[in-house]
Design a protein around this ligand. Structure first.
Ligand code: ADE
Length: 238
């Protein structure tokens, strides 16, 4: 495979949806391989305990280094990139997805949100590239859903996964703007019409309209994406 994915979790069944949809089909076609590992396989005690109370006090539990360490020694070779989903991470973006889609081996270490003992990350970083990544400013129960989000964003960018190599170059965010709205037949539906310009066949006019719509949407919904952008294209070609 072009890209190998390993995911470690205490809820391996939770990752099953990854086998469906796009990543799953990429796996069937041999472009991407996916293995899910149960962290508890690296426990030795009868209780299969993976966490303990935090030094310094506070709520919740912290995942034990003596379980994660040997697990990552086995699952994460030196030439892999280790991704640790955490709300305390660097924001995961389309640019990071593009970078990771060119990797050969990614390992995702799913912890509960209170976290994995930091020494696990610090120790792994002595031999592999480690990225602590957040998928957004909200708190999930654990890293599993965040891993699914990131895997889906990454795998669709891997060469050969999407039918049309062009189709992701125009995605929202790849040009820093939100996508323009899309329409298909019928021309009129429940009294709502498709914008005339899209049916006119004037390709330059269509591009200009989409650019205008992208800018308007971005200003309205995501002004943060335009902060620091040069203040151009106020419908000048539109
Ligand atoms: N684990 C819990 N919340 C998360 C988030 N927002 N991003 C990544 N991993 C998480």
């Amino acid at each position: 495979p072009r890209l190998r994915l390993d995911v470690v979790s205490i809820f391996p069944d939770y990752l099953e949806p990854l086998r469906l949809s796009l990543p799953g089909r990429a796996a069937e076609r041999g472009i991407v391989s996916l293995a899910v590992h149960d962290l508890r396989d690296w426990t030795h005690d009868v209780h299969r305990a993976v966490d303990d109370s935090p030094y310094g006090g506070g709520p919740g539990m912290v995942m034990k280094p003596e379980i994660w360490g040997p697990c990552l020694d086995d699952v994460c070779p030196d030439d892999a990139i280790l991704v640790v989903p955490t709300p305390a991470g660097v924001p995961f973006t389309q640019a990071i997805a593009e970078e990771l889609s060119a990797a050969t081996h990614l390992v995702f270490a799913c912890g509960r949100y209170e976290g994995i003992d930091q020494r696990v990350v610090d120790d792994a970083a002595r031999r592999v590239r480690v990225l602590e990544l957040s998928i957004g400013d909200y708190v999930l129960i654990g890293g599993e859903v965040a891993t699914m989000v990131m895997v889906e964003a990454i795998v669709r960018l891997v060469d050969g996964v999407l039918g049309n190599a062009e189709s992701h170059r125009q995605d929202s965010f790849s040009d820093g703007l939100l996508e323009a709205p899309a329409y298909t037949r019928p021309q009129t539906w429940r009294g709502l019409s498709v914008p005339d310009v899209l049916r006119g066949g004037d390709h330059a006019a269509i591009l200009a309209w989409r650019r205008e719509q992208s800018l308007a949407r971005t200003r309205d919904r995501r002004p943060d994406l335009l902060a620091g952008e040069p203040d151009t294209d106020h419908g000048s070609r539109g």
